[in-house]
Design a protein around this ligand. Structure first.
Ligand code: FAD
Length: 390
């Protein structure tokens, strides 16, 4: 295994506070996150204690308001923190992004009382969140979900199965989208469900290609009862809440993708500088130099694209199209850079002695989660050309 520690990315951060934050994150990443990553991923171990540390250090609440224990950081800064965490270990970067996504509904649409009651613990009290939209038969067509919540007096009873839940089975709270009305997007409502709710069980985690340290599981809701005080937003508003969460969440996925791509590029640069063939470092060969130049350009372009979308969001401007573009471009970039990084390391790249094969397996999932890249193209096209006519 290499002991290589990559050089810091040259970032333009807006404040001294953000620069201090980034230095802290890099230090934490190099000390606690990167060193055990390969072994823990192979063993399929989720770093739960690390997430408690991240929570207590304020790193699970960065983009939320300080009124409820958030870090008050602009997305521009939060996303670069995610990028650093994902570069050290995707399970951690993506886990922070999913936790942030799970807090989005309550922070954005909860009543003042709900926020005061739940948010401080969710943002900084050591809790871990998860987001339940997908179902076995409702993936890209999420508005067709069938998990149902039925009201009786002040209590809702939830029945159904959610699929692919990141942190499924280990989360302390779940933001759940369930059908409370008729078919289609307007019949869906959001709920905040505690992880220990009676009737809530998780299936065995999926056996995945990568990110084995991050549990992904089906969740069964078998008569799970929650009070109406845990309904988030209006009845029927759930799908628009879910989509608004995903606009922001996609920026998180884009940032994670650039983190993985940067890590693969750094590894390829270090290896090609040291590996000699034909009496010279292989980084001397123009065929490889041009490849490295291409990859570095893609990574910088992806970073610029997600940051430009983040700055729109920070300015209170529409950013959904740009978030979809950033998710599409950055995750395709991660796939390309990690695949080429394996090539640049030759046979060693194909072994678990170097991290690039793991990065390649990890990059793949980023083209699928939070809307596949086909769905991102549909979102972008709708912004450009209006809805499809069928
Ligand atoms: C590791 C992992 C973690 C996840 N975490 C979560 C989570 O925490 N919470 C959550 O709710 N979900 C989560 N998901 C689910 C994820 O969001 C879905 O897998 C994704 O939305 C795609 O749904 P699907 O898998 O059912 O694929 P499908 O929707 O069945 O798609 C299959 C293929 O058809 C394509 N396709 C579908 N419709 C169209 C169309 N109209 N035009 C063109 N192509 C189309 C897709 O792009 C894809 O290539 C996770 C998934 C994975 C793998």
């Amino acid at each position: 295994m290499t002991e290589y520690v990559p050089p810091p990315v040259d970032r333009r951060l807006p404040t001294e506070e953000a620069r201090d934050l980034m230095a802290l994150v890099r230090e934490l990443a190099e000390r606690e996150i990167r060193p055990p990553a390969a072994e823990e991923e192979e063993a399929g171990r989720f770093p739960r204690a690390l997430f408690t540390l991240l929570s207590e250090s304020g790193l699970l609440s960065l983009p939320y308001a300080s009124e409820f224990g958030g870090g008050d950081q602009p997305y521009e800064v939060y996303l670069q923190v995610l990028e650093e965490l994902a570069a050290a270990r995707l399970t951690v970067g993506l886990g922070v992004s999913v936790h942030t996504l799970a807090c989005h509904a309550l922070a954005g649409y909860g009543t003042k009382e709900q926020r005061a009651e739940h948010l401080p613990a969710m943002l900084g009290g050591g809790l871990l969140g998860a987001y339940c939209l997908s179902e076995p038969a409702a993936g890209s067509d999420a508005a067709s979900l069938t998990t149902r919540a039925t009201r009786s007096g002040d209590v809702w009873t939830i029945e159904g199965t959610k699929a692919w839940t990141t942190h499924g089975g280990i989360a302390d709270f779940y933001t759940v989208l369930a059908r409370t009305g008729g078919s289609g997007p307007h019949g869906i409502t959001a709920f905040l469900v505690p992880g220990d709710a009676e009737g809530l069980t998780a299936a065995r985690p999926e056996r995945k290609m990568g990110m084995k340290g991050s549990p992904t599981a089906q969740l069964h809701f078998d008569g799970v009862r929650v009070s109406d005080a845990r309904r988030i937003g209006e009845e029927g508003q759930g799908f628009s809440i879910a989509l608004s969460a995903l606009d922001s969440g996609r920026l998180g996925i884009a940032a994670c993708a650039i983190g993985v791509a940067q890590a693969a590029l750094d590894e390829a640069l270090a290896y090609t500088a040291g590996r000699r063939q034909f009496g010279r470092p292989i980084a001397d060969f123009q065929g490889l130099r041009f490849m490295l130049a291409e990859l570095a350009t893609q990574v910088e372009a992806g970073r610029a694209l997600y940051l430009s979308a983040a700055r729109l969001r920070d300015a209170g401007l529409p950013f959904a199209k740009e978030a979809a573009m950033a998710k599409l471009f950055c995750t395709d970039t991660a796939m390309r850079v990690t695949t080429d990084a394996v090539q640049l390391l030759g046979g060693y790249g194909y072994t678990a002695d170097f991290p690039v094969e793991r990065y390649m397996r990890e990059a793949k999932v980023l083209q699928i989660v939070e809307g596949t890249n086909q769905i991102q193209r549909m979102v972008i096209a709708r912004h450009l050309a209006g809805p499809e006519s069928h």
